[in-house]
Design a protein around this ligand. Structure first.
Ligand code: 5RP
Length: 252
């Protein structure tokens, strides 16, 4: 758990330790300050974005935000937004989005992201690719020197048909980076994880940097059977990081 020591009140010498979830909430609330009445909003997915969606719902209920239209990036966010009474639409009806708020799994120094460990990368990339502004919200554990550098998964959404063949091609593509490709599973029986779009996810693990990200992106997308990957290159316009020293806002 991340720890951020803050005074419990301006005059108090007593400090409280904030959890990683508290940090996520702080970043999320900061991002919601960018929201104005009348906006079409991309609603992200994950434990950080969930706080932003909850806050937007709260402000709508309090009458502080009016005429908001939300475009959810997953069925789970759709359900959360419906439960909060946030009016919803989709990209077909609203192809231009004013602002999206979403979390990330990794953020590099150039504000490139890895997303999709929560499984929603395809819809997230469609929605966030249609945004005028994309505010990414993370706690500082998500900062990396290069994408793939956390040693955690780089997700690729693939069609189910001959997924092993596609996983093998992905692994071969990054042989020099020591890539291992694994099918994502879920549940006690280890069934394949199925995305909102009915596809599978192959998670790529790297031992070394994958080099030029654009080259890597094109090479992945060039494999038949791949639907989308979790590298979000040059898409975030602002990244809000909550960490031990407080909030940092990085913008392009
Ligand atoms: C879901 C995502 C999430 O934004 C990402 O996994 C970060 O999640 P969390 O906020 O729970 O750490 O890309 O597909």
């Amino acid at each position: 758990e991340a720890g951020l020591l803050i005074p419990s009140s301006p005059s108090s010498s007593v400090s409280v330790i904030l959890s990683q979830d508290d940090l996520k909430k702080i970043a999320a609330y900061k991002a919601v300050e960018y929201v104005e009445s009348g906006m079409v909003l991309g609603l992200g997915t994950g434990s950080t974005a969930k706080h932003a969606v909850a806050r937007i719902g709260e402000l709508i209920r309090q009458g502080k935000l009016k005429n908001i239209i939300g475009i959810p990036t997953s069925t789970i966010t759709h359900e959360q937004a419906v439960s909060l009474g946030i009016p919803l639409s989709d990209l077909d009806s609203h192809p231009v989005i004013d602002l999206a708020i979403d979390g990330a799994d990794e953020v590099d120094p150039y504000l490139n992201l890895v997303k999709g460990r929560g499984g929603s990368l395809l819809r997230e990339k469609m929605v966030e690719g249609a945004c005028k502004k994309f505010v990414c919200i993370v706690d500082e554990s998500k900062l990396v020197n290069y994408l793939g550098g956390s040693g955690l998964a780089m997700p690729v959404e693939v069609i189910r048909f001959c997924w092993k063949f596609t996983a093998g091609r992905l692994q071969n593509l990054f042989e020099e980076s020591g890539c291992v490709a694994k099918l994502r599973t879920s549940g006690e029986k280890g069934e394949p994880y199925v995305t909102d779009n009915g596809n599978y996810i192959v998670d790529l693990y790297f031992k070394k940097s994958i080099g030029d990200l654009r080259v890597a992106s094109d090479a992945i997308l060039n494999i038949a059977g791949v639907v989308e990957h979790g590298m979000f290159l040059d898409m975030a316009t602002t990244v809000i990081v909550a960490g031990e020293l407080g909030l940092t806002v990085k913008s392009k």
